[in-house]
Design a protein around this ligand. Structure first.
Ligand SMILES: [Zn+2]
Ligand SMILES: [Zn+2]
Length: 164
């Protein structure tokens, strides 16, 4: 199983300075690797999500963009940009929270993803698993189903919160 820990919000987890900037750089490097050209507004949204390191709702995103640019964007433009980033597999959507988060891994679009969501501290960990990939591939093949995306969400308590 491959686990990527979405870093905690600043001030909560003692994250080393510069990490959020690194995440933004990594997200943009991934775009270049995939040959995806981003408009300035889409690029800004991806950077905001990468720096944030936790899921953000569309309206929180509008606030962030307004803060960064001094101009409040129309919700439709934010939704369009988020849709584009989702289709490009650069971000994921957490259905249960109606929120978005940057991926930054560059795994295959059809690879199943499991989100481990801590209901106490809000930490979201993205995990993938070859075993899971194999069993799900067998399952959809049997059903002759063409999956677009496979995202699972597991809610509960993270290791830190479970022992607190
Ligand atoms: Zn991902
Ligand atoms: Zn927790």
């Amino acid at each position: 199983m491959t686990i990527s820990r979405a870093p905690r919000p600043p001030g909560e987890g003692g994250e080393a300075p510069g990490r959020s900037g690194d995440r933004a750089a990594a997200a943009l490097a991934l775009c270049r690797e995939k040959g995806i050209a981003l408009t300035p507004s889409r690029r800004r949204i991806l950077e905001i999500l990468a720096i944030e390191g936790r899921p953000l709702g569309a309206y929180e995103m509008i606030d962030r963009v307004a803060l960064a640019t001094g101009k409040r964007p129309a919700p439709i433009s934010i939704y369009r940009a988020l849709d584009f980033l989702l289709e490009s597999n650069l971000i994921h959507r957490l259905t249960s929270r109606n929120a978005y988060l940057a991926c930054g891994h560059g795994h295959a679009a059809r690879e199943p993803i499991v989100f481990l969501i801590c209901e106490t501290c809000g930490e979201v960990v993205e995990a993938t698993s070859h075993e899971l990939n194999g069993s799900l591939a067998g399952l959809v093949e049997k059903a002759q189903f063409s999956p677009r995306a496979t995202v699972m969400e597991v809610a509960g308590r993270c290791r830190t919160c479970a022992i607190a």
